[in-house]
Design a protein around this ligand. Structure first.
Ligand code: COA
Length: 383
């Protein structure tokens, strides 16, 4: 499988008072088209990844919003899969091109979250959890805290091990001008930050962010005909699902959907986890990155936490993870995240990531999770 990624763009992530959801979609869409050297008339289909526009903007008809702002009349599909909406939108665009339905596709992931009070956003995000979890008054920090409690109990990891994830990802974000929090934090700052849901503290959590990202995909045949630059391609795309509620899961120390989606994407790429040089994984909370390192096959179950503090997954290490700063520190505008992960890995593979550049990466992986693991999308990219 080979789907060229010919244009990418990411807006700044953060609390963007001056930009509406429409402004963000426009900036990202135009930015990716410019990067590809294309005009909107060259695009045959559009996918938009978004979770919350209905609840936060009172706007459910995003397909027409996107068509209006970008000035297109081609088919537009909105994809909603909680925090995996962006990754799922890319997956759908890949399928559209593989099927022959379209030769070029624009994918825009966008979310505007910071205009709402924190408690309204927490409640809106819980629309991605089971009815029982909602009725119990849980929040997403609460759900991931349950996973963290179980992991610490099962493998003897500590709150310091969780905190190392935040220290690393804030360090990476300090090198990324598009990140929500472009500054480093110390281990002591993480450990002393306000308790949110035991054992998770403020600095163990991804923030509530605004932002958008976009990519342009094309078929290999189209790229060849147009003599378009074709440096980087998606070479594997896997999606898997799991039951919604944590109480129905077989295990609380793994996300089974991650394992399945990774297996599908790696098989399509004819690769193994050990071949991956750089990855963007779904660290919505520090525990989530550790689970991802294990479920994606980089480390054995119960051993992922050890590498967070030893430099192996930091820039300069064996396989840097979340060079963008991850969801933790680059930010998490939920519908944009899965698309931003593709953008960051394309920059890495083009060797255009500036101060965050990993030396000569060949194969990159992105991992986007919906809810507490009910949906997972994994992509493999190569040059
Ligand atoms: N990491 C680092 N700093 C954060 C932060 C985070 N996750 N969230 C907020 N801050 C900072 C703010 O910038 C602010 O700093 P300032 O005082 O210098 O301006 C300060 O902490 C207080 O911010 P505030 O917005 O009042 O925080 P809050 O208590 O309302 O929200 C969380 C904190 C952790 C509850 C919120 O960020 C959250 O809900 N995160 C999880 C989002 C989520 O569930 N996403 C879906 C994942 S599946």
């Amino acid at each position: 499988m080979k789907i060229p990624v010919i244009g990418v763009y990411q807006t700044k992530f953060g609390e963007l008072w001056h930009q509406s959801l429409t402004d963000l979609i426009l900036e990202a869409g135009r930015g990716a088209l410019t990067d590809a050297g294309l005009a909107i008339r060259d695009i045959e289909t559009i996918f938009v990844g978004n979770m919350l526009a209905g609840l936060t903007q009172g706007q459910e008809h995003l397909t027409s919003v996107v068509a209006s702002v970008l000035g297109s009349s081609v088919p537009v599909v909105r994809v909603e899969a909680a925090c995996a909406s962006g990754g799922m939108a890319v997956h759908q665009a890949v399928l559209a091109i593989l099927s022959g339905e379209a030769e070029t596709a624009l994918v825009v992931g966008a979310e505007k979250m910071t205009d709402q009070p924190a408690e309204e956003i927490a409640q809106a995000l819980m629309a991605a959890a089971s009815p029982e979890e909602q009725e119990a008054g849980l929040t997403f920090p609460g759900l991931y805290a349950l996973l963290a409690q179980e992991y610490l109990r099962a493998f003897g990891a500590t709150e310091r091990d969780l905190a190392q994830v935040a220290v690393k990802n804030h360090h990476h974000a300090s090198l990324n001008p598009r990140s929500h929090f472009p500054f480093p934090v110390t281990l002591n700052q993480v450990l002393a930050s306000s308790p949110i849901a035991d054992p998770l503290k403020l600095l163990d959590c991804s923030p509530v962010s605004d932002g958008a990202a976009a990519v342009v995909l094309a078929s290999s045949a189209w790229v060849k005909r147009r003599a378009q630059k074709n440096g980087i391609s998606i070479v594997g795309s896997g999606q898997a699902s799991d039951v919604l509620g944590l109480s129905e899961r077989r295990s609380l120390v793994e996300l089974a959907a991650t394992r399945q989606a990774a297996h599908k994407a790696l098989s399509a790429a004819g690769a193994e986890a050990k071949d991956v040089s750089v990855a963007e994984v779904h660290d919505c909370f520090t525990i989530a990155e550790i689970l991802a390192l294990e479920d994606l096959g980089f480390y054995k179950k119960g051993e992922g936490y050890v590498v967070e503090g030893n430099g192996e997954v930091r820039l300069g290490g064996k396989r840097p993870i979340n060079t963008s700063g991850g969801l933790k520190a680059c930010g998490h505008p939920v519908g944009a995240t899965g698309v931003k992960q593709i953008v960051e890995t394309v920059w890495q593979l083009r060797e255009a990531a500036g101060k965050r550049q990993v030396p000569h990466p060949r194969l990159a992986l992105t991992h986007n999770v919906g809810g507490s693991g009910g949906t997972c999308v994994v992509h493999l990219l190569a040059r």
